[in-house]
Design a protein around this ligand. Structure first.
Ligand code: MN
Ligand code: MN
Length: 287
């Protein structure tokens, strides 16, 4: 556990989140925001832990724009901005929700923020993940919404964005405990829907799932991104990148993340922080 690097990654993630939230405005493009926020992270001396996710309305997660993307933020959109920085593989992962130009979904967004704050208050070494989930679920339900039952927080390790444990957004009865030293992310999602997301089409985010005998283009990009998720547009130096990424998926070398979405008429909000538990101390690295 390299605490200094986790703290640096958290600080840069927090600043990038605040910068990104300011950029999300009516008629601004997804591409512009993603590229600017990723550049901000690199200029600060880190690398993105994963592509900047900009997920709209019923989409909960895993959309990042492509090169030449023609999506623009529109008045009334509810955008989950989810991003992270890594310093030498030590990760931060943080998110907030921005409503573009209106205040219709303020209570939904607040429910996720309060759920996370209440979870933070109960955190202590040895806490079970189901106790965290219960606090999140109770807070979100008391606001009249449902948590998303099939999305979770997760453990973090070097170059590993989902390490060992999952932290549910409800009491799933799990007796898994968080014991120091441990880095992890908690990410309450709330919705006016039933609280289940399904896979949609690919959201332009890829990750290596097999790393033996890599050659050529695959070896080049593996050296850059290791086992962390990366964006198709980050590979655009190669004119054939779309075909090559597609082939990598067919060969079982790459995973292409599907977007995760609630039913179309429902809205989804999210708030997320990264934590490091050391001894009896719990540090929120992205606050
Ligand atoms: Mn995240
Ligand atoms: Mn996360």
């Amino acid at each position: 556990m390299d605490l200094k690097k986790y703290i640096e990654a958290g600080k840069i993630g927090k600043e990038a989140r605040e910068y990104g939230a300011e950029l999300i405005k009516e008629n601004v493009s997804y591409y512009e925001v993603a590229e600017k926020v990723e550049k901000y992270i690199i200029d600060a001396g880190a690398f993105p832990s994963f592509p900047v996710n900009l997920s709209r309305n019923n989409i909960a997660a895993h959309y990042t724009p492509v090169k030449g993307d023609n999506m623009y933020f529109r008045r009334g959109d509810v955008i989950k901005l989810d991003l992270g920085a890594h310093v030498d593989g030590y990760i931060s992962d943080t998110a907030l929700t921005v409503e573009v130009g209106t205040n219709k979904w303020e209570n939904l967004i607040d429910a996720t923020r309060e759920a996370l704050n209440n979870a933070i208050k109960t955190l202590r070494p040895g806490i079970t993940v189901s106790e965290i989930g219960r606090v999140i679920e109770d807070t979100i339900k008391s606001s009249g919404y449902n948590p998303i039952y099939n999305l979770t927080g997760h453990g973090l390790a070097r170059y590993d964005l989902h390490h060992r444990i999952s932290i549910p957004n409800y009491d799933d009865g799990s007796v898994t405990r968080i014991e120091p030293p441990m880095a992890f992310a908690i990410e309450p999602f709330a919705t006016d829907g039933r609280g289940y997301v399904k896979n949609g089409k690919g959201g332009n985010i890829y990750m290596f799932i097999r790393t033996e005998n890599l050659k050529g283009f695959y070896l080049d990009i593996f050296k850059k991104f290791r086992t962390l998720p990366f964006a198709a547009r980050w590979c655009a130096d190669n004119p054939d990148y779309i075909a090559i990424l597609g082939k990598g998926v067919k060969m079982g070398m790459l995973h292409h993340f599907p977007i995760l979405k609630e039913k179309k008429k429902f809205m989804v909000a999210q708030t997320e922080h990264t934590f490091v538990m050391t001894g009896d101390e719990v540090i929120v690295t992205t606050r």
